[in-house]
Design a protein around this ligand. Structure first.
Ligand code: 13P
Length: 252
């Protein structure tokens, strides 16, 4: 059975004391989070070490990173390797967020290497895909998103793909307050699952969690998560408010 997941992408927000305060707020809500939901937080990289220690007694809350490099170690100043993340009990890592594709020119090939390295080291990649507004309006958005998936993930084996989470994040919905409608999101989630099915088989497709991101909040999460191919959310802004994030975890 695939997991239902709510992952908070804190992006480059919060100073250290604010981040620790948010973590304490989440701890206080422990009993209110949905026990059937995998709850993940992805704080900024400098906080991961301390968070790993603070989370040791809270295994209901999983630690994720926002990015990594694909090499194990070496002369790659400023980068973080999957081995380093693994040594801090990081269980998830976002790969290919549109903000990284756009601002740091991450290519399909680079993303593919990152996914592979993470899977090899037992960290679940949350692989992001999604189209810009002009692609959506030009009506080739389905092909565009399928190409993102195919180019970065389809060289993998079924055993590898089943260890990945896919996040569909239409760029026009990120941080804009303009969410995709449940039907718009389901259309793409359904296409992603059927494309995985045709490539890797139905069983594999039924086991891959596909989560939605883009202005997901307590007010719209239930409708989105009720769609048959939407297995949760990758939450930006609303994950910075403990109550909202908790409410989203209970929206299945
Ligand atoms: P918002 O929820 O702030 O739109 O961000 C979504 C996102 O980019 C999560 O990765």
């Amino acid at each position: 059975m695939r997991k239902q997941i709510v992952a908070g992408n804190w992006k480059m927000n919060l100073d250290y004391s604010e981040a620790k305060a948010l973590l304490q707020d989440l701890f206080k809500l422990n009993k209110k989070f949905n026990p059937d939901t995998e709850v993940v937080i992805c704080p900024s990289a400098p906080y991961i070490g301390v968070f790993a220690e603070l989370l040791a007694d809270h295994n209901w809350l999983k630690l994720g990173a926002q990015n990594c490099y694909y090499m194990d170690n070496g002369a790659f100043t400023g980068e973080i390797s999957p081995i380093q993340l693994k040594s801090l009990n990081v269980e998830y890592c976002i790969v290919g967020h549109s903000e990284r594709r756009d601002n740091f020119n991450e290519s399909y090939d680079l993303l593919s290497k990152k996914v592979k390295a993470l899977v090899n080291h037992g960290i679940t990649p949350i692989f992001c895909c999604g189209e810009q507004l002009q692609v959506r309006e030009s009506n080739v958005y389905r092909e565009f998103v399928m190409k993102q998936i195919e180019d970065s993930l389809f060289a993998f084996t079924a055993e590898e793909i089943v260890k990945c989470v896919i996040a569909y994040e239409p760029i026009w919905a990120i941080g804009t307050g303009k969410t995709a409608s449940a039907e718009e999101a389901q259309e793409i989630h359904g296409l992603i699952r059927s494309r995985i099915s045709s490539q890797f088989g139905e069983k594999v497709a039924s086991e891959v969690s596909i989560i939605y991101g883009g202005s997901c909040k307590p007010e719209n999460a239930a409708e989105l998560f009720a769609q048959k191919d939407i297995d949760g959310g990758l939450i930006g802004g609303a994950s910075l408010k403990a109550d909202d994030f908790c409410q989203i975890s209970n929206s299945f």
